[in-house]
Design a binder for this molecule. Structure first.
Ligand code: LLP
Length: 429
Protein backbone atom coordinates (compact mmCIF):
# COMPACT_ATOMS: atom_id res chain seq x y z
CA UNK A 1 0.00 0.00 0.00
CA UNK A 2 1.48 3.28 -1.02
CA UNK A 3 -0.25 5.15 1.82
CA UNK A 4 1.10 2.95 4.63
CA UNK A 5 4.57 3.50 6.02
CA UNK A 6 6.72 3.07 9.09
CA UNK A 7 8.10 6.14 10.88
CA UNK A 8 11.28 6.60 13.00
CA UNK A 9 9.40 5.48 16.12
CA UNK A 10 8.67 2.16 14.38
CA UNK A 11 4.97 3.06 14.16
CA UNK A 12 2.61 2.45 11.29
CA UNK A 13 1.58 5.62 9.48
CA UNK A 14 -1.60 5.95 7.43
CA UNK A 15 -1.75 8.77 4.91
CA UNK A 16 1.18 10.36 6.72
CA UNK A 17 -0.43 10.16 10.19
CA UNK A 18 0.98 8.07 13.05
CA UNK A 19 -1.54 5.30 13.79
CA UNK A 20 -0.51 5.15 17.46
CA UNK A 21 -1.25 8.84 17.99
CA UNK A 22 -4.60 8.40 16.22
CA UNK A 23 -5.43 5.62 18.68
CA UNK A 24 -4.40 7.86 21.58
CA UNK A 25 -6.35 10.84 20.37
CA UNK A 26 -9.57 9.19 19.21
CA UNK A 27 -9.59 5.94 21.21
CA UNK A 28 -10.01 2.39 19.92
CA UNK A 29 -11.47 0.56 18.15
CA UNK A 30 -11.12 3.18 15.46
CA UNK A 31 -11.83 3.11 11.76
CA UNK A 32 -9.28 5.15 9.82
CA UNK A 33 -9.94 6.06 6.19
CA UNK A 34 -7.44 7.63 3.82
CA UNK A 35 -9.25 10.14 1.64
CA UNK A 36 -6.55 10.20 -1.01
CA UNK A 37 -6.86 6.47 -1.57
CA UNK A 38 -10.62 6.72 -2.00
CA UNK A 39 -10.16 9.56 -4.49
CA UNK A 40 -7.45 7.67 -6.33
CA UNK A 41 -9.67 4.60 -6.78
CA UNK A 42 -12.57 6.77 -7.92
CA UNK A 43 -10.33 8.35 -10.55
CA UNK A 44 -9.10 5.01 -11.82
CA UNK A 45 -12.71 4.07 -12.55
CA UNK A 46 -13.89 7.42 -13.94
CA UNK A 47 -10.83 7.84 -16.17
CA UNK A 48 -10.85 4.28 -17.49
CA UNK A 49 -14.59 4.19 -18.08
CA UNK A 50 -14.56 7.53 -19.89
CA UNK A 51 -11.56 6.56 -21.93
CA UNK A 52 -12.53 3.03 -22.89
CA UNK A 53 -16.33 2.84 -22.79
CA UNK A 54 -16.99 6.51 -23.58
CA UNK A 55 -20.64 7.35 -24.23
CA UNK A 56 -21.19 8.97 -20.83
CA UNK A 57 -20.20 5.75 -19.03
CA UNK A 58 -19.72 6.25 -15.27
CA UNK A 59 -19.08 4.30 -12.11
CA UNK A 60 -21.74 4.32 -9.39
CA UNK A 61 -20.39 4.06 -5.88
CA UNK A 62 -22.05 1.10 -4.13
CA UNK A 63 -22.95 2.59 -0.75
CA UNK A 64 -23.53 -0.81 0.80
CA UNK A 65 -19.74 -1.06 1.11
CA UNK A 66 -19.47 2.14 3.16
CA UNK A 67 -22.32 4.52 3.86
CA UNK A 68 -22.10 7.70 5.90
CA UNK A 69 -22.66 11.32 4.94
CA UNK A 70 -18.99 12.19 4.50
CA UNK A 71 -18.36 9.70 1.71
CA UNK A 72 -20.88 11.23 -0.71
CA UNK A 73 -19.25 14.64 -1.36
CA UNK A 74 -15.99 12.82 -2.07
CA UNK A 75 -17.42 10.42 -4.63
CA UNK A 76 -19.52 13.18 -6.16
CA UNK A 77 -16.50 15.45 -6.59
CA UNK A 78 -14.77 12.56 -8.31
CA UNK A 79 -17.62 12.29 -10.80
CA UNK A 80 -19.33 9.13 -9.55
CA UNK A 81 -23.04 8.49 -9.32
CA UNK A 82 -24.48 6.35 -6.50
CA UNK A 83 -25.94 2.85 -6.18
CA UNK A 84 -28.25 2.69 -3.16
CA UNK A 85 -30.14 -0.29 -1.79
CA UNK A 86 -32.53 1.24 0.72
CA UNK A 87 -34.34 4.45 1.59
CA UNK A 88 -31.86 4.82 4.44
CA UNK A 89 -29.00 5.00 1.95
CA UNK A 90 -31.00 7.46 -0.18
CA UNK A 91 -31.64 9.58 2.91
CA UNK A 92 -27.95 9.58 3.81
CA UNK A 93 -26.83 10.54 0.30
CA UNK A 94 -29.40 13.34 0.03
CA UNK A 95 -28.57 14.61 3.52
CA UNK A 96 -25.01 14.98 2.28
CA UNK A 97 -26.21 17.04 -0.69
CA UNK A 98 -25.73 14.29 -3.26
CA UNK A 99 -27.80 15.02 -6.41
CA UNK A 100 -30.95 12.89 -6.52
CA UNK A 101 -30.77 12.43 -10.27
CA UNK A 102 -27.46 10.57 -9.90
CA UNK A 103 -28.98 7.96 -7.59
CA UNK A 104 -29.80 4.42 -8.77
CA UNK A 105 -32.14 2.59 -6.42
CA UNK A 106 -31.66 -1.17 -6.01
CA UNK A 107 -33.51 -3.71 -3.93
CA UNK A 108 -35.27 -7.02 -4.49
CA UNK A 109 -38.14 -6.17 -2.18
CA UNK A 110 -38.81 -2.46 -2.17
CA UNK A 111 -41.89 -1.79 -0.08
CA UNK A 112 -44.70 0.46 -1.28
CA UNK A 113 -43.29 3.13 1.06
CA UNK A 114 -39.77 2.69 -0.37
CA UNK A 115 -41.15 3.17 -3.87
CA UNK A 116 -43.03 6.33 -2.88
CA UNK A 117 -40.01 7.67 -1.05
CA UNK A 118 -37.77 7.21 -4.07
CA UNK A 119 -40.32 8.92 -6.32
CA UNK A 120 -40.86 11.80 -3.90
CA UNK A 121 -37.13 12.37 -3.70
CA UNK A 122 -36.91 12.40 -7.52
CA UNK A 123 -34.11 9.89 -7.66
CA UNK A 124 -32.68 9.27 -11.11
CA UNK A 125 -33.32 5.59 -11.70
CA UNK A 126 -35.09 2.69 -10.08
CA UNK A 127 -33.45 -0.64 -10.79
CA UNK A 128 -36.59 -2.69 -10.98
CA UNK A 129 -36.25 -6.20 -9.66
CA UNK A 130 -39.60 -7.87 -10.29
CA UNK A 131 -43.10 -7.54 -11.72
CA UNK A 132 -44.74 -6.42 -8.48
CA UNK A 133 -42.32 -3.56 -8.21
CA UNK A 134 -42.89 -2.68 -11.85
CA UNK A 135 -46.65 -2.50 -11.37
CA UNK A 136 -46.59 -0.54 -8.13
CA UNK A 137 -43.92 1.86 -9.35
CA UNK A 138 -45.90 2.53 -12.54
CA UNK A 139 -49.08 3.21 -10.55
CA UNK A 140 -47.37 5.45 -8.02
CA UNK A 141 -45.53 7.39 -10.73
CA UNK A 142 -48.87 7.86 -12.51
CA UNK A 143 -50.51 9.19 -9.36
CA UNK A 144 -47.65 11.61 -8.90
CA UNK A 145 -47.68 12.62 -12.55
CA UNK A 146 -44.07 11.72 -13.23
CA UNK A 147 -42.31 9.58 -15.78
CA UNK A 148 -39.73 7.51 -13.88
CA UNK A 149 -36.59 6.18 -15.52
CA UNK A 150 -35.84 2.53 -14.81
CA UNK A 151 -33.36 -0.23 -15.51
CA UNK A 152 -34.45 -3.86 -15.30
CA UNK A 153 -32.42 -6.24 -13.21
CA UNK A 154 -31.79 -9.44 -15.13
CA UNK A 155 -29.73 -12.47 -14.18
CA UNK A 156 -27.33 -14.01 -16.62
CA UNK A 157 -26.93 -17.34 -14.82
CA UNK A 158 -23.18 -17.13 -14.35
CA UNK A 159 -21.05 -18.40 -11.51
CA UNK A 160 -17.94 -16.20 -11.38
CA UNK A 161 -16.29 -18.71 -9.01
CA UNK A 162 -16.58 -16.60 -5.93
CA UNK A 163 -17.98 -17.48 -2.54
CA UNK A 164 -21.50 -18.79 -2.95
CA UNK A 165 -22.80 -16.48 -0.26
CA UNK A 166 -21.86 -13.40 -2.25
CA UNK A 167 -22.67 -14.74 -5.66
CA UNK A 168 -25.79 -13.06 -6.97
CA UNK A 169 -25.73 -13.80 -10.70
CA UNK A 170 -27.08 -17.33 -10.73
CA UNK A 171 -30.51 -18.27 -12.04
CA UNK A 172 -31.84 -19.24 -8.63
CA UNK A 173 -30.82 -15.89 -7.19
CA UNK A 174 -33.41 -13.85 -5.29
CA UNK A 175 -32.30 -10.83 -7.29
CA UNK A 176 -33.73 -9.89 -10.65
CA UNK A 177 -35.29 -12.19 -13.23
CA UNK A 178 -33.41 -14.71 -15.31
CA UNK A 179 -32.80 -14.39 -19.03
CA UNK A 180 -32.71 -18.14 -19.47
CA UNK A 181 -36.16 -18.78 -18.02
CA UNK A 182 -37.85 -16.15 -20.17
CA UNK A 183 -38.79 -14.12 -17.12
CA UNK A 184 -36.45 -11.28 -18.05
CA UNK A 185 -38.21 -10.97 -21.40
CA UNK A 186 -41.56 -10.85 -19.65
CA UNK A 187 -40.25 -7.96 -17.56
CA UNK A 188 -39.19 -6.10 -20.70
CA UNK A 189 -42.56 -6.58 -22.36
CA UNK A 190 -44.41 -5.38 -19.28
CA UNK A 191 -42.04 -2.47 -18.67
CA UNK A 192 -42.51 -1.25 -22.23
CA UNK A 193 -46.27 -1.22 -21.62
CA UNK A 194 -45.95 0.95 -18.48
CA UNK A 195 -46.97 4.46 -19.44
CA UNK A 196 -45.32 6.14 -16.50
CA UNK A 197 -42.00 4.39 -16.78
CA UNK A 198 -39.15 4.93 -19.21
CA UNK A 199 -37.15 1.76 -19.72
CA UNK A 200 -33.53 2.83 -20.17
CA UNK A 201 -31.66 -0.44 -20.06
CA UNK A 202 -30.57 -3.46 -18.07
CA UNK A 203 -28.69 -4.22 -14.90
CA UNK A 204 -26.89 -7.38 -14.03
CA UNK A 205 -24.43 -8.27 -11.26
CA UNK A 206 -22.53 -11.53 -11.11
CA UNK A 207 -20.71 -11.43 -7.79
CA UNK A 208 -17.96 -9.96 -5.68
CA UNK A 209 -14.18 -10.36 -5.26
CA UNK A 210 -13.68 -10.99 -9.00
CA UNK A 211 -10.04 -10.65 -10.01
CA UNK A 212 -10.20 -10.68 -13.80
CA UNK A 213 -12.21 -9.44 -16.76
CA UNK A 214 -13.34 -12.83 -18.09
CA UNK A 215 -16.51 -13.21 -16.00
CA UNK A 216 -17.52 -9.68 -16.99
CA UNK A 217 -16.93 -10.49 -20.65
CA UNK A 218 -19.03 -13.65 -20.36
CA UNK A 219 -21.70 -11.59 -18.67
CA UNK A 220 -21.64 -9.08 -21.51
CA UNK A 221 -22.02 -11.84 -24.12
CA UNK A 222 -25.21 -13.04 -22.46
CA UNK A 223 -26.55 -9.56 -21.79
CA UNK A 224 -25.83 -8.35 -25.30
CA UNK A 225 -27.41 -11.47 -26.77
CA UNK A 226 -30.50 -10.76 -24.69
CA UNK A 227 -30.56 -7.06 -25.64
CA UNK A 228 -30.25 -7.97 -29.31
CA UNK A 229 -33.09 -10.47 -28.94
CA UNK A 230 -35.31 -7.85 -27.35
CA UNK A 231 -34.44 -5.48 -30.19
CA UNK A 232 -35.52 -8.01 -32.81
CA UNK A 233 -38.57 -9.32 -31.01
CA UNK A 234 -39.92 -6.18 -29.38
CA UNK A 235 -38.21 -3.33 -31.18
CA UNK A 236 -36.58 -2.16 -27.96
CA UNK A 237 -32.90 -1.16 -28.05
CA UNK A 238 -31.47 -0.77 -24.54
CA UNK A 239 -29.09 2.16 -24.27
CA UNK A 240 -27.69 1.42 -20.81
CA UNK A 241 -25.86 -1.70 -19.65
CA UNK A 242 -25.18 -1.66 -15.93
CA UNK A 243 -22.71 -4.50 -15.39
CA UNK A 244 -22.65 -4.34 -11.58
CA UNK A 245 -19.79 -4.25 -9.11
CA UNK A 246 -17.34 -6.80 -8.02
CA UNK A 247 -13.65 -6.19 -8.74
CA UNK A 248 -11.68 -7.80 -5.94
CA UNK A 249 -9.21 -6.32 -3.50
CA UNK A 250 -6.09 -7.68 -1.91
CA UNK A 251 -6.81 -8.60 1.70
CA UNK A 252 -3.63 -10.64 2.08
CA UNK A 253 -0.57 -11.33 -0.02
CA UNK A 254 -2.20 -14.43 -1.49
CA UNK A 255 -4.86 -12.34 -3.24
CA UNK A 256 -3.86 -11.09 -6.68
CA UNK A 257 -3.60 -7.39 -7.45
CA UNK A 258 -6.25 -6.17 -9.91
CA UNK A 259 -5.30 -3.61 -12.53
CA UNK A 260 -8.75 -2.04 -12.74
CA UNK A 261 -8.04 0.21 -15.73
CA UNK A 262 -6.58 -2.67 -17.74
CA UNK A 263 -9.55 -4.88 -16.90
CA UNK A 264 -11.95 -2.15 -17.96
CA UNK A 265 -10.02 -1.82 -21.20
CA UNK A 266 -10.39 -5.55 -21.84
CA UNK A 267 -14.10 -5.50 -21.07
CA UNK A 268 -14.60 -2.52 -23.38
CA UNK A 269 -12.70 -4.19 -26.24
CA UNK A 270 -14.91 -7.21 -25.80
CA UNK A 271 -18.08 -5.14 -25.72
CA UNK A 272 -17.08 -3.08 -28.75
CA UNK A 273 -16.25 -6.04 -30.95
CA UNK A 274 -19.44 -7.88 -30.03
CA UNK A 275 -21.58 -4.79 -30.56
CA UNK A 276 -19.99 -4.40 -33.99
CA UNK A 277 -20.66 -8.05 -34.87
CA UNK A 278 -24.31 -7.66 -34.02
CA UNK A 279 -24.53 -4.13 -35.31
CA UNK A 280 -25.85 -3.13 -31.90
CA UNK A 281 -25.28 0.52 -30.89
CA UNK A 282 -22.62 0.90 -28.22
CA UNK A 283 -24.43 1.31 -24.90
CA UNK A 284 -23.59 3.61 -22.03
CA UNK A 285 -21.92 1.34 -19.47
CA UNK A 286 -22.42 1.67 -15.73
CA UNK A 287 -20.42 -0.20 -13.10
CA UNK A 288 -21.11 -0.36 -9.37
CA UNK A 289 -17.84 -0.69 -7.50
CA UNK A 290 -18.01 -0.66 -3.71
CA UNK A 291 -15.24 -2.74 -2.24
CA UNK A 292 -12.59 -1.72 -4.76
CA UNK A 293 -13.24 1.98 -4.07
CA UNK A 294 -13.01 1.95 -0.29
CA UNK A 295 -11.50 -1.29 1.05
CA UNK A 296 -7.85 -0.32 0.61
CA UNK A 297 -8.45 3.10 2.15
CA UNK A 298 -9.40 1.63 5.53
CA UNK A 299 -7.43 0.46 8.54
CA UNK A 300 -9.03 -0.48 11.86
CA UNK A 301 -7.06 0.13 15.06
CA UNK A 302 -7.57 -1.86 18.24
CA UNK A 303 -5.91 -1.91 21.63
CA UNK A 304 -4.78 -5.39 22.57
CA UNK A 305 -5.54 -6.79 25.98
CA UNK A 306 -2.52 -9.07 25.83
CA UNK A 307 -2.24 -12.73 24.98
CA UNK A 308 -3.72 -15.98 26.22
CA UNK A 309 -1.52 -19.01 25.62
CA UNK A 310 -3.08 -22.47 25.68
CA UNK A 311 -0.05 -24.67 25.48
CA UNK A 312 -0.26 -27.31 22.74
CA UNK A 313 -3.42 -25.75 21.31
CA UNK A 314 -3.43 -22.11 20.40
CA UNK A 315 -2.45 -18.64 21.36
CA UNK A 316 -4.82 -15.74 21.38
CA UNK A 317 -4.26 -12.04 21.00
CA UNK A 318 -7.28 -10.23 22.38
CA UNK A 319 -8.51 -6.95 20.92
CA UNK A 320 -11.08 -4.43 22.15
CA UNK A 321 -13.40 -4.84 19.11
CA UNK A 322 -14.08 -7.72 16.74
CA UNK A 323 -17.22 -9.06 15.07
CA UNK A 324 -19.22 -5.99 16.08
CA UNK A 325 -17.06 -3.66 14.00
CA UNK A 326 -15.89 -6.28 11.48
CA UNK A 327 -18.17 -9.31 11.12
CA UNK A 328 -16.49 -10.53 7.93
CA UNK A 329 -14.34 -13.22 9.49
CA UNK A 330 -17.24 -14.56 11.53
CA UNK A 331 -19.49 -14.55 8.44
CA UNK A 332 -17.15 -15.52 5.62
CA UNK A 333 -13.83 -16.54 7.22
CA UNK A 334 -12.35 -13.62 5.33
CA UNK A 335 -8.61 -13.36 5.69
CA UNK A 336 -6.99 -10.11 6.79
CA UNK A 337 -3.52 -8.73 7.17
CA UNK A 338 -2.86 -7.66 10.76
CA UNK A 339 0.14 -5.85 12.25
CA UNK A 340 1.09 -4.30 15.56
CA UNK A 341 1.08 -0.60 14.72
CA UNK A 342 3.37 0.42 17.60
CA UNK A 343 5.93 -2.32 16.91
CA UNK A 344 6.33 -2.42 13.16
CA UNK A 345 10.03 -3.31 13.35
CA UNK A 346 9.57 -6.25 15.76
CA UNK A 347 9.71 -9.78 14.40
CA UNK A 348 6.33 -11.38 13.81
CA UNK A 349 7.04 -14.80 15.33
CA UNK A 350 4.05 -15.40 17.58
CA UNK A 351 1.52 -17.68 15.90
CA UNK A 352 -1.93 -16.68 17.07
CA UNK A 353 -5.64 -16.23 16.66
CA UNK A 354 -6.89 -12.67 16.99
CA UNK A 355 -10.06 -12.74 19.09
CA UNK A 356 -12.58 -10.01 19.71
CA UNK A 357 -14.40 -9.12 22.90
CA UNK A 358 -17.85 -10.60 22.30
CA UNK A 359 -19.28 -13.51 24.25
CA UNK A 360 -19.05 -15.78 21.25
CA UNK A 361 -16.42 -18.28 20.12
CA UNK A 362 -16.78 -17.15 16.52
CA UNK A 363 -15.68 -13.63 17.38
CA UNK A 364 -12.34 -13.69 15.61
CA UNK A 365 -10.57 -11.44 13.16
CA UNK A 366 -7.94 -13.91 11.99
CA UNK A 367 -6.59 -17.35 12.77
CA UNK A 368 -3.16 -18.83 12.39
CA UNK A 369 -1.32 -15.60 11.68
CA UNK A 370 2.04 -14.27 12.85
CA UNK A 371 2.40 -11.15 14.98
CA UNK A 372 5.04 -9.97 17.43
CA UNK A 373 3.94 -11.35 20.81
CA UNK A 374 1.48 -8.69 21.95
CA UNK A 375 1.56 -6.86 25.26
CA UNK A 376 -1.47 -5.34 26.89
CA UNK A 377 -1.76 -1.85 25.39
CA UNK A 378 -0.20 -2.60 22.01
CA UNK A 379 -2.11 -1.25 19.02
CA UNK A 380 -3.22 -3.85 16.48
CA UNK A 381 -4.04 -2.62 12.99
CA UNK A 382 -6.21 -4.63 10.62
CA UNK A 383 -5.65 -3.53 7.03
CA UNK A 384 -8.08 -3.30 4.09
CA UNK A 385 -11.14 -2.70 6.28
CA UNK A 386 -12.68 0.24 4.42
CA UNK A 387 -15.43 -1.87 2.83
CA UNK A 388 -18.22 -3.83 4.53
CA UNK A 389 -16.93 -3.11 8.02
CA UNK A 390 -18.58 0.09 9.27
CA UNK A 391 -21.58 -0.63 7.04
CA UNK A 392 -22.03 -4.10 8.57
CA UNK A 393 -21.21 -3.16 12.16
CA UNK A 394 -23.63 -3.98 14.98
CA UNK A 395 -24.21 -3.28 18.65
CA UNK A 396 -24.10 -6.95 19.64
CA UNK A 397 -23.25 -7.25 23.32
CA UNK A 398 -24.15 -3.55 23.55
CA UNK A 399 -20.84 -2.50 22.14
CA UNK A 400 -20.95 1.07 20.79
CA UNK A 401 -19.84 1.43 17.17
CA UNK A 402 -16.38 2.98 16.69
CA UNK A 403 -15.65 6.44 15.33
CA UNK A 404 -14.37 7.05 11.81
CA UNK A 405 -11.41 9.33 11.30
CA UNK A 406 -10.47 10.53 7.83
CA UNK A 407 -6.79 11.17 7.18
CA UNK A 408 -5.42 13.17 4.31
CA UNK A 409 -1.90 14.43 3.61
CA UNK A 410 -0.73 14.10 7.20
CA UNK A 411 -3.84 15.55 8.87
CA UNK A 412 -6.75 13.79 10.56
CA UNK A 413 -10.37 14.77 11.11
CA UNK A 414 -13.26 13.06 12.83
CA UNK A 415 -16.04 12.24 10.35
CA UNK A 416 -18.23 9.91 12.43
CA UNK A 417 -18.14 10.23 16.21
CA UNK A 418 -17.96 7.18 18.44
CA UNK A 419 -21.29 5.90 19.73
CA UNK A 420 -21.92 6.50 23.41
CA UNK A 421 -23.78 4.39 25.97
CA UNK A 422 -26.50 7.03 25.77
CA UNK A 423 -26.78 6.32 22.01
CA UNK A 424 -27.43 2.70 22.87
CA UNK A 425 -30.54 3.47 24.92
CA UNK A 426 -31.63 6.61 23.09
CA UNK A 427 -34.57 5.05 21.24
CA UNK A 428 -35.77 2.86 24.05
CA UNK A 429 -39.10 3.96 25.53
N1 LLP B 1 -23.91 -3.98 -7.20
C1 LLP B 1 -24.68 -4.96 -6.73
C2 LLP B 1 -25.96 -5.22 -7.36
C3 LLP B 1 -24.25 -5.73 -5.64
O1 LLP B 1 -25.01 -6.72 -5.20
C4 LLP B 1 -23.00 -5.46 -5.05
C5 LLP B 1 -22.55 -6.23 -3.90
C6 LLP B 1 -22.23 -4.40 -5.56
C7 LLP B 1 -22.71 -3.69 -6.65
C8 LLP B 1 -20.89 -4.01 -4.99
O2 LLP B 1 -19.97 -5.04 -5.10
P1 LLP B 1 -18.43 -4.80 -4.74
O3 LLP B 1 -17.85 -3.93 -5.80
O4 LLP B 1 -18.38 -4.14 -3.40
O5 LLP B 1 -17.86 -6.17 -4.72
N2 LLP B 1 -20.97 -8.17 2.52
C9 LLP B 1 -20.11 -8.87 1.57
C10 LLP B 1 -20.26 -8.35 0.19
C11 LLP B 1 -21.65 -8.44 -0.33
C12 LLP B 1 -21.73 -7.82 -1.67
C13 LLP B 1 -23.12 -7.79 -2.15
N3 LLP B 1 -23.30 -7.07 -3.35
C14 LLP B 1 -18.67 -8.78 2.03
O6 LLP B 1 -18.41 -8.24 3.12
O7 LLP B 1 -17.77 -9.29 1.35
Amino acid sequence: YDNLNINEAGHLTIGGVDAVSLAEEYGTPLYVLDENIIRKKCRIYTEAMTRYFGNGSVPLFAGKALCFKGIYPIVEEEGLSADVVSPGEIYTALAAGFPAEKIYFHGNNKTDQDIRYGLEQHIGYFIVDNLNELRILNEAAGEMGVKQKILLRVTVGLDPHTLDAINTGKIDSQFGRAIETGQAEESVVQALACENLELCGYHTHIGSQIFESDPFCDQIDILLGFADDMRRKHGYTAGIFNIGGGFGVRYTESDPEVDIAENIRQISEHLKSHCEERNYPLPQVLMEPGRSIVADAGVTLYTTGGVKEIEGYRNYVMVDGGMTDNPRYALYQSAYTIVLANRMNDTADFRCTVAGRCCETGDRLAEDILLPKANRGDIAAVLTTGAYNYSMASNYNRIPRPAIVMVKDGAARLVVRRETFQDLIEREL
